[in-house]
Design a protein. Structure first.
Length: 128
């Protein structure tokens, strides 16, 4: 079993995606991840979607303190792209919370309520 925690940067899937984006510095990876996640109905790949959502929130100036500072600064350089993705980002975040396999797994875990609160906070930051 891989690593996972209530924050996006504690899960293998999220960290793998963040590593890809750090290496490429290509906003299209964020864009494609969110659009594909929504188009696929949101069941699989929620960890990667959460990482992309945190980058969108950082691009909107509403990031959490968890992304690496240089990656958050890079995301902030893409504020226009983040605003363009804000509707899809909110939809993707709600899918993570309501329709993902990750949600099902957290529902069975002791920290499930903490995880849900973390995703709710992300949704609030995306909607602000």
């Amino acid at each position: 079993m891989g690593a996972w925690g209530i924050h996006f940067d504690q899960s293998d899937g999220s960290l793998d995606f963040v590593g890809e984006v750090e290496g490429s510095r290509d906003w299209l990876e964020v864009d494609h991840r969110l659009r594909d996640y929504v188009a696929d109905g949101g069941y699989d790949d929620a960890e990667e979607a959460l990482a992309a959502l945190e980058l969108v929130a950082a691009g909107l100036g509403r990031g959490s303190p968890r992304p690496k500072p240089d990656l958050a600064a890079w995301a902030a350089e893409h504020a226009i792209d983040a605003r363009r993705l804000s509707h899809d980002a909110i939809e993707a975040a709600k899918l993570v919370l309501e329709a993902s396999e990750l949600n099902e797994l957290w529902a069975e875990a002791d920290e499930g309520d903490d995880w849900r609160a973390t995703v709710q906070d992300l949704i609030s930051r995306l909607q602000a």
